[in-house]
Design a protein around this ligand. Structure first.
Ligand code: VGL
Ligand code: ZN
Length: 202
């Protein structure tokens, strides 16, 4: 069961949105072109309440991209993004979602952030994605989306730890910070996550 996991291709992460990823719009046609090559396509959706702890606006005197300590771990503070029910939380309008079997929402608990599509940042609660994929018999998991150095990275890391053979589709992903992505790519390569391009997918 060859499976594509599309991470957070939502309006707020596209240029023009509140937390834009450079070139975020460029991956949409690439993702659309590869979807028919998979047996199963699943997506994640960042889906925060307005009072989410990751928003700088919910911390007096703090600005966006500042890092605070939360539950003993560093937490970057973001511009308000992907607020439940808003336009910014919707998927990019050109992204084809017709064949998706499931959408897993994350970041719904106002007290903790969730970069990975599998677990929150404290690894306290599961979204159910790992169990879902295992029950479906998924072995090979191909990942793409936004942002390559945040939510796609954390999802790939958790997917690898869950035992899936992971393929990171580089031209179907874009990082928020390309320097950070370079470092994380080395870490993922060291683990055994494979880096491919859309053209490599049969
Ligand atoms: C993301 C920052 C905050 C992402 C989500 O999808 O990469 N980044 N929330
Ligand atoms: Zn978020």
């Amino acid at each position: 069961m060859k499976t594509l996991l599309i991470i957070d291709v939502q309006n707020d992460f596209i240029p023009g949105g509140s937390l834009p990823v450079p070139g975020g719009d460029k991956i949409v046609p690439v993702i659309n072109s590869i979807q028919p090559k998979f047996d199963l396509v699943v997506a994640t959706q960042d889906w925060h309440p307005q009072d989410h702890i990751s928003f700088a606006s919910n911390h007096e005197g703090k600005s966006t991209f500042e890092v605070i300590e939360l539950h003993g771990k560093p937490q970057t503070l973001w511009a308000d993004h992907c607020v439940q029910g808003t336009e910014g939380a919707e998927f990019h309008p050109d992204l084809d979602s017709t064949t998706w079997e499931a959408i897993f929402r994350k970041g719904t608990d106002n007290q903790i952030d969730s970069y990975s599509g599998f677990y929150d940042n404290g690894h306290l609660k599961s979204t159910g994605l790992a169990g879902y994929l295992k029950e479906k018999g998924v072995t090979q998991l191909f990942l793409c989306g936004l942002a390559a150095d945040i939510c796609v990275y954390y999802s790939a890391y958790d997917a690898f730890k869950e035992g899936f053979a992971c393929f990171f589709i580089e031209d179907a992903s874009q990082p928020l910070d390309s320097e950070n992505y370079k470092e994380l790519k080395k870490k993922m390569e060291y683990l055994g996550i494979q880096f491919i391009s859309a053209a490599d997918i049969q």
